[in-house]
Each structure stands twice: as structure tokens, then as C-alpha cells.
Design a binder for this molecule. Structure first.
Ligand code: MG
Ligand code: MG
Length: 262
């Protein structure tokens, strides 16, 4: 069932979304060569504590998962696409996808970004930039009068035109009181198809790209991490977006980090 949110609820979801944005900004600022994934999870956890927010990730156990998720942050490194578990791995020259969520005042927020740590490889930079461009195209299509298929098509076009693969079966979703609500928002599809977009629909839009151009992926032995089949690197970008009569409103928009890092 799809729940349309009131304007008051969307304002409340924006407050949650800002906590998510702050967490990702803090994680990005802290990510450096020699820093462990577990330390980045602690950075994100501290942002939740400071805001009085809780984590929809910690203890989350969907039907496919063998164990509850043990962290507040998903960190998917290099050939990991999504759902990576923060561990003691220390970053070096890596492509990191960070996916973070919060719950505050009864509302959830969900957002992700990819970035390069260490000496950037041009192929990684292009992949990350294309993920952001695919997300922007999906958001631009999230307008009243369009349909879910228009978002999916916009995302898929950017990814495929750039020569990247798309892992079928994972994508965006409705979001509200719970992190995952209806409707699903695929990362590839036909324009003009699917549910009409209406004022008050709130979606997490989240392209996932595979660098080799192939679509194959598999679940790692931990039962959570999705990895590319050919070992090529992947990128992920996500925002929680409210569809309104005055256009898409990005609830997890990030403020610029006040740090010296590029
Ligand atoms: Mg997410
Ligand atoms: Mg999501």
C-alpha cells in the first residue's frame, strides 16, 4: 500500500533527512587512507546520538538476511555494490559506497554516496560521477504527472549510455514511517509505465552502477554484501525525495562540509 504524506509529515521527514545528510558528510570527511570501516560506522553512530535519532539499519533483518544488520552504516568497498558490513578493513586506494539511514520523530530517511579514498583512478571517478548524474536524472523525473517508469527510465538511460551495468532486483523504494515502503522504484524501466506520481509521495531513489557494464552480481558469504560477479567496481547514490506540486524536494540534501578536504 502506498501512503501519501501530508506537508507537515514531509517537513518532519526533512528534519530526519538532515540528520542523514550530516552523517554522510561526517563519514566522507573522516574517510581517509588508514581509517577502518568500523571507525566510520562509529562516526555515523555519533551523529545519530547527537541528534537523538535512531538507526533503521542496526538490527534490520529482511527476509533474505541470515543475521540482523550489525551497524548503522553500510560500507561497500570496490566490487561490493551495496549492503557491505563495516569491519576492521583499513582504507587505502578504494572506491567506497556509504549508505546511511536515520529515524527521528517517527520518520525515516535514507541516503547514499560513493567516493574515492587515496589516489583517485579515473575509471572510479567517472563511475562515481555517473552515479550522481543518474540520481539527478531520476530526481528530475520525480514530478507530478510522471510515473514510476519515468524515474526508472531516466536512471537507466544515464547508466547504460555511459556503458555501465545495473544489478537487477535492487533499487529504490517508498519511505515514510518505515525505511522500506511501497512502491518499488527500479533503476531501469519503460517511460509512461507504473504508478502515477502524486503530491505527497516520498521515494528513496538509488541508482547502483557496475563498472564493467555487466549486470551480474552475487551475495557474499556474510549473507548481506552484494558483489559484482566479475570483480569490477560499483557505485551507489541515493536521496530521499518528496514529490510535490512545486517539484521534487530532496529531503536528504547535504550541506557543504566545512573541512579542507576536496
Ligand atoms: Mg540506503
Ligand atoms: Mg534505500
Amino acid at each position: 500500500m502506498v501512503e501519501l504524506k501530508t506537508d507537515t509529515a514531509i517537513d518532519a521527514m526533512y528534519e530526519t533527512g538532515q540528520v542523514v545528510g550530516r552523517g554522510l558528510t561526517a563519514v566522507r570527511a573522516a574517510a581517509d587512507v588508514g581509517v577502518s570501516l568500523r571507525e566510520l560506522d562509529e562516526v555515523a553512530h555519533e551523529v545519530l546520538r547527537a541528534a537523538g535519532a535512531t538507526s533503521p539499519f542496526l538490527g534490520y533483518r529482511p527476509s533474505f538476511a541470515p543475521t540482523p544488520f550489525p551497524a548503522v552504516l553500510c560500507l561497500s568497498v570496490n566490487d561490493a555494490i551495496v549492503h557491505g558490513i563495516p569491519d576492521d578493513y583499513r582504507l587505502r586506494g578504494d572506491l567506497v559506497s556509504a549508505d546511511f539511514g536515520a529515524e527521528l520523530g517517527g520518520w525515516a530517511g535514507d541516503s547514499a554516496m560513493s567516493f574515492v579514498v587515496g589516489e583517485p583512478r579515473p575509471a572510479d571517478v567517472r563511475l562515481v560521477e555517473t552515479a550522481e548524474r543518474a540520481l539527478a536524472a531520476g530526481i528530475a523525473a520525480a514530478v507530478v504527472g510522471n510515473r514510476i517508469g519515468d524515474i526508472a527510465h531516466a536512471i537507466g538511460e544515464v547508466c547504460r549510455t555511459a556503458g555501465y551495468g545495473i544489478p537487477d532486483g535492487f533499487g529504490g523504494h517508498g519511505i515514510g514511517r518505515r525505511m522500506h515502503e511501497d512502491p518499488p522504484v527500479p533503476n531501469e524501466g519503460r517511460p509512461g509505465r507504473g504508478m502515477p506520481l502524486r503530491h505527497g509521495l516520498v521515494l528513496a531513489i538509488e541508482p547502483m552502477l557496475i563498472g564493467s557494464g555487466k549486470d551480474g552480481y552475487h551475495e557474499a558469504p556474510d549473507g548481506w554484501t552484494l558483489r559484482t560477479n566479475d570483480g569490477s567496481r560499483a557505485a551507489h547514490a541515493e536521496h530521499t525525495v518528496a514529490i510535490t506540486e512545486s517539484g521534487p524536494r530532496i529531503l536528504t540534501a547535504r550541506q557543504e562540509a566545512h573541512t579542507s578536504r576536496a
